[in-house]
Design a protein. Structure first.
Ligand code: PLP
Length: 385
C-alpha cells in the first residue's frame, strides 16, 4: 500500500501503539479518584499535558483536552462568542475546514454577523480586507494556520498584531500545521489554538484546545470538574496517553521527518510536472506545508483518478476527507478561483512519516499512464480549459 492521504489521518506510530497498550493493560483508574490508582493516572495524563504544552510554548493549565480537532474549533469559537454577549461579530476565512465553516454557519443562524475573508489564487488571505472588517462589535477572529487541501500557511503573526491593535481575540486551527512546522502560541500570538492527535501519528478521537490564560470563554458542555470545568466528562485517558506519546516522538524525530518528507514531496511534484501535461498546481509554492500537493488534471473527474490509483493500492484524496462525497466542488478550490470543472479534477496527495522513496518512484511511474488512459475515454475536452 502507498498511503498518500496523511492530511486525512496518519497511521499510529508503533511507539505510540506500544505506550497505549502498556497503559491499557496497567492503568484503568479514574484520574479524579483520590486513591493511588487514580492519582497515578492523573500524574500520567498531566505529564502528557505538560509535553504538549511545552511543545506549543504554553503552560500546562492552558491545555484542555477535547474529543477532536472539530470539537476544539467549536469550543474556541462558540465559547468565546458565548462569553461576550455584548459583541455579535465573528471573522473567519473562506477556506476554513468544515469544523470552522459550519460553526460559522450555525452562528449566523443565531444572529451573529460573520465575515468570510477572501483569499488570493494561492490561498493567502486578504489582510486589508480582514483589517477593514473589524468593528468594535468583533468578538473573535479565527483563521486557520495551514490549509488541509492545499497546504497554504497563513501569516498568523501578522494577523495577531492586527487583532491585538483592535482588542479582538484570535483563534487558529493548527490541526494541519502542528507536527509539520513550528507551532508556538507566543510566536504566533494567538489566544486560542486547536490541535488533533490523529494528524500526528496519534490516536483518533482526541484533540486539544490551547486557551491563553485570561481569555474569557464558556464551556460547550456542563458537568463535573474535569479540565478545570471547561470540558467536563471523565477524561479519554488512553487517547491522552497516545497524544502525549505522539508529541514525544515528534519532538525526537520531527525535524528529520520534515526534511525527508519535503524532499520526497519535491521529487513527486517535479516528477508529475515534468511528465504529465495539462495540469495545474494548487497552493502557494513557498508558504505551504510542503508535504501537501494538490494538482488539477484538466479534462478528468478526480474520483476517476482516485479509484484508478486505489486499484493499484495507492491512496490519495479528492480534498478534505470530511467533505468527501458531501460537496460537489471544494469550497477551498472555488475560493482560490478555480472553475468548477477544474476544481473537480483535483487530487490531493499528502505525504507523511512512513512514505519512502520507493513509494514516490511507483507513483511517478503509475500516475502518468492512469491520467493518459482516463483522458482517452474522457468526455471532457482539454482544449477547452
Ligand atoms: N481542522 C483541520 C484543518 C483539519 O484538517 C481537520 C481534519 O481533517 C480538522 C480540523 C478536524 O479534526 P478532527 O478530525 O480531529 O475532528
Amino acid at each position: 500500500m502507498i498511503y498518500l492521504d496523511n492530511n486525512a489521518t496518519t497511521p499510529l506510530d508503533p511507539g505510540v501503539a506500544d505506550k497505549m497498550c502498556w497503559f491499557l493493560k496497567e492503568h484503568f483508574g479514574n484520574p479524579s479518584s483520590l486513591y493511588p490508582i487514580g492519582r497515578d493516572v492523573k500524574k500520567i495524563i498531566n505529564e502528557d499535558r505538560e509535553i504538549i504544552a511545552q511543545t506549543l510554548g504554553a503552560n500546562r493549565n492552558e491545555i484542555f483536552f477535547t474529543g477532536s480537532g472539530t470539537e476544539s474549533d467549536n469550543f474556541a469559537i462558540r465559547g468565546v462568542l458565548d462569553a461576550h454577549p455584548e459583541k455579535n461579530e465573528f471573522i473567519t476565512s473562506s477556506i476554513e475546514h468544515p469544523a470552522v465553516m459550519n460553526t460559522a454557519k450555525y452562528l449566523e443562524k443565531n444572529g451573529i454577523k460573520v465575515t468570510y475573508v477572501p483569499v488570493d489564487k494561492y490561498g493567502m488571505i486578504d489582510i486589508d480586507f480582514l483589517k477593514d472588517s473589524i468593528t468594535p462589535k468583533t468578538a473573535l477572529i479565527s483563521i486557520m494556520h495551514a490549509n488541509n487541501e492545499i497546504g497554504t500557511i497563513q501569516p498568523i503573526e501578522e494577523i495577531s498584531k492586527i487583532a491585538k491593535e483592535h482588542n479582538v481575540f484570535l483563534h487558529t486551527d493548527a490541526v494541519q500545521s502542528f507536527g509539520k512546522i513550528d507551532v508556538d502560541v507566543n510566536k504566533l500570538g494567538v489566544d486560542l489554538l486547536s490541535i488533533s492527535a490523529h494528524k500526528i501519528y496519534g490516536p483518533k478521537g482526541i484533540g486539544a484546545l490551547y486557551i491563553r490564560k485570561g481569555t474569557k470563554i464558556c464551556p460547550l458542555i456542563y458537568g463535573g470538574h474535569q479540565e478545570q470545568e471547561m470540558r467536563p466528562g471523565t477524561e479519554n485517558t488512553i487517547g491522552i496517553v497516545g497524544f502525549g506519546e505522539a508529541v514525544r516522538v515528534f519532538r525526537k524525530q520531527g525535524d528529520k521527518d520534515k526534511k525527508r518528507i519535503e524532499k520526497l514531496a519535491e521529487q513527486l511534484k517535479k516528477g508529475i510536472e515534468e511528465i504529465i501535461p495539462h495540469i495545474k498546481f494548487n497552493g502557494h509554492e513557498k508558504k505551504r506545508i510542503k508535504g501537501t500537493l494538490n494538482f488539477s488534471f484538466y479534462g478528468l473527474e478526480a474520483e476517476a483518478i482516485l479509484l484508478s490509483l486505489a486499484v493499484k493500492d495507492i491512496y490519495v484524496s479528492t480534498g478534505s476527507a470530511c467533505s468527501e462525497g458531501a460537496e460537489e466542488t471544494s469550497h477551498v478550490l472555488s475560493a482560490i478561483g478555480l472553475k468548477p470543472e477544474i476544481a473537480r479534477s483535483s487530487i490531493r496527495m499528502s505525504l507523511g512519516r512512513f512514505n519512502t522513496e520507493k513509494d514516490i518512484e511507483i507513483v511517478i511511474e503509475e500516475l502518468p499512464e492512469i491520467i493518459e488512459n482516463l483522458r482517452k475515454i474522457s468526455a471532457l475536452n482539454i482544449e477547452e480549459y
